[in-house]
Ligand binder design. Structure first.
Ligand SMILES: NC(=O)c1ccc[n+]([C@@H]2O[C@H](COP(=O)([O-])OP(=O)(O)OC[C@H]3O[C@@H](n4cnc5c(N)ncnc54)[C@H](O)[C@@H]3O)[C@@H](O)[C@H]2O)c1
Length: 267
């Protein structure tokens, strides 16, 4: 197997793969030889991602439509996955929603349940459903599996954002789970890390750079490297975490935001 295709015969499960970062992960990981399980609630988005991947890659793909906030749907997805594949080497917990601009105490119960239900509980549901199989994968020595959680700057101490109240809380929960799972799963040779992007051009921002700039201006936020992010940069960092070079990294939250969170209240 060439060094370049280091994920050959390994399966990568990506939630929220019908759009944005999820689609970029699918392309990047297929380029490294991985077979893919692409999950989303949006089947049309999944089909578009699959067609994009298959343009340049000859890999096996399972499309798994499921709402990750519902444990029974995730359990159904697990059955489908292991009817087709014999492993999940990488789990990327990426599906998430922003939930609108509200202070946490002004948000409705419905917003709380939806945002926490997908971003926090959904991440827990998928990990809880797949970790047992992942830890049984002794064939992949020295690391049996890897989990990459997509959190956000808004969940970090510096970046916590009162205008994205419940979203911030949900992503802080994802960062906390990342550390907990690193402790729980380290002894069975599973690494668990989080990526916390700053502002990236994806459908979560309606693919509209003007909307992002306005958001930054109203919040008085500056980015030292004054560029809006490209999804490919997040995918490249996820590939690094998936690679053997990162085998000794676990429990970390890696922020990629052009310096935005360190600059808050300073520039
Ligand atoms: N774009 C950014 O700047 C940015 C910054 C920080 C963090 N993030 C995080 O990155 C992740 C991906 O965001 P994106 O920008 O690509 O957004 P996106 O809206 O383009 O993609 C999210 C995908 O998740 C899917 N999804 C939503 N609810 C789901 C559910 N219950 N079950 C399964 N799939 C579901 C959506 O259908 C969509 O395809 C999210 O967790 C988001 O919070 C994004």
């Amino acid at each position: 197997m060439s060094e370049d295709k280091f994920l050959t015969n390994k399966v990568v499960l990506i939630t929220g793969a019908g759009s944005g970062f999820g689609r970029a992960f699918a392309v990047a990981f297929a380029n490294k030889g991985a077979n893919l399980v692409l999950n989303d609630i949006n089947m049309k988005g999944l089909e578009e991602t699959r067609d994009l991947v298959l343009k340049d890659n000859n890999v096996e793909i399972l499309l798994a439509q499921a709402d990750i906030s519902k444990l029974e749907e995730v359990e159904r997805m697990k059955k489908l996955v292991f009817e087709k594949f014999d492993n999940v080497f990488i789990l990327i917990n990426n599906a998430g929603i922003d939930g609108g601009a509200y202070k946490s105490l002004s948000a409705s119960e419905e917003t709380y349940d939806k945002v926490m239900g997908i971003n926090a509980k959904g991440t827990w549901n998928v990990t809880k459903t797949f970790f047992r199989k992942m830890k049984s994968q002794r064939q992949f020595k020295p690391i049996r599996a890897k989990i990459i959680n997509i959190a956000s700057c808004a969940g970090t101490t510096n970046g916590i954002n009162p205008m994205l109240g419940i979203y911030s809380a949900s992503k802080a929960t994802v960062i906390a789970f990342t550390k907990l799972w690193a402790l729980e799963l380290g002894p069975v040779d599973i690494t668990v890390n989080a990526l916390s992007p700053g502002v990236f051009l994806t459908p979560i921002y309606d693919n509209d750079p003007k909307k992002i700039r306005q958001f930054l201006e109203t919040r008085g936020v500056k980015i030292p490297i004054d560029k809006i992010g490209d999804s490919k940069w997040v995918a490249d960092l996820a590939l690094f975490l998936a690679s053997p070079t990162a085998n000794y990294i676990t429990g970390q939250n890696i922020v990629l935001d052009g310096g935005m969170t360190v600059s808050i209240n300073k520039l």
